[in-house]
Write a protein that binds this ligand. Sequence first.
Ligand code: ZN
Length: 275
Amino acid sequence: MNYISVPLRLLADLIDMSRSHVDDITSGVEEGIYDAAENQDIGAKEQTIITAETLYREAMGVPASPVATTQCHRCGSNVTGGYCSDDTCPYSDWPQCVPINDLHDNTLDAIQAKHNLRKRQRVKAEIHSDDRLFVANFDAAAWLSQADDEAIIALHAISWGGDYASDVVAEFFEATNSDIANIFDYCRKTHNTSRAMGFECIVEEISGLAWLKQHRYGLWARLVCENEGIMVVKEATNNTYGWDDAKSNESSWGYSTAEDAAISAVKTFHLGEVA
Ligand SMILES: [Zn+2]
């Protein structure tokens, strides 16, 4: 086979054009505008694009700067974010400080009580470059555990993804997650080109709320109330809080914090019990 060098930008433009051509044919066939029989080569075209995208990804994906790591004392895999990176290792769910015998001999409740900690509650999150050539899945729990209430409320307000309040979640992990660092490197490399690439980060609301329910119960209650249309309001005259649903049910007043008022509403309406 003969090879020639192609400028990366040219390859990127060709991929873009080919992609829109194939998408156009595919949707046209579905809508009956194009004849499927005349476009039987669409699968081969798709494969060609995937090959070109792979080449482009390899050329653009610079090895991320080395991330400081420690090794799991049981299996030797890298420990990232406090947990073993091998999902088959028990320390992928427990911190290294728990002795292995405790994990073998005790129940979940007993381990949690003895070491005053919780089994890992993962928070599923994804980041991808806008062209989706680079995608990484990660656990956003470490971000939640250090974020203040305002940052989490802002994330909830954008439905947990696709805006500034979720961008900061991915940025938080750049120094410790080489897959995420690689995506930022890729985006930066494109910034002075005509094909400047952004990224999008999405945190899964269900697992995010499950984490909050376990670790930040009062804040979780506030967000659940918001989802259910129950307003937690501040009484201006005496600086206490209460709640008010859409059907003119009201709490008795006098909760000292918004979280206490929200917890009262959660109990009254049995909210979030399925999760
Ligand atoms: Zn391990």
